[in-house]
Design a protein. Structure first.
Length: 116
């Protein structure tokens, strides 16, 4: 696996992990230890943990062979991926102002990616 493939896989898995975590805690956390125990029973929380673990491993593989000053800003593309996944899987509505901000971030990521 090339460092660039590892980086992109890490970004995608990290974005998926955030959506899984949101699904896992969607019912809310009531005060008390019982609610935290119920999180351990949630398949969504386990999916988050597994995705996050693999994303971290892939991130380490990626930065072992590329400059962090190049790789780290590319993580910002995760904002776009999370927004799209939130619409599809969480049925969230995203206002135009937030899309504009995501577009600016994505343009910056494209400039960095093009600089390689």
């Amino acid at each position: 696996m090339t460092p660039l493939v590892a980086l992109w896989a890490s970004i995608i898995l990290g974005a998926c992990a955030q959506v899984f975590l949101r699904r896992g805690v969607a019912r809310g956390l009531a005060p008390g230890a019982g609610s935290y125990i119920s999180l351990l029973r949630s398949g969504w929380v386990w999916a988050w943990a597994i995705c996050f673990m693999f994303a971290t491993g892939l991130w380490m593989l990626a930065i072992s062979s590329m400059q962090v000053s190049y790789a780290f800003p590319l993580l910002s593309i995760g904002y776009l991926i999370v927004a799209v996944l939130s619409i599809v899987f969480l049925k969230e509505r995203i206002p135009a102002s937030r899309w504009l901000a995501i577009a600016v971030i994505t343009a910056g990521v494209a400039l960095i990616f093009k600089s390689s």
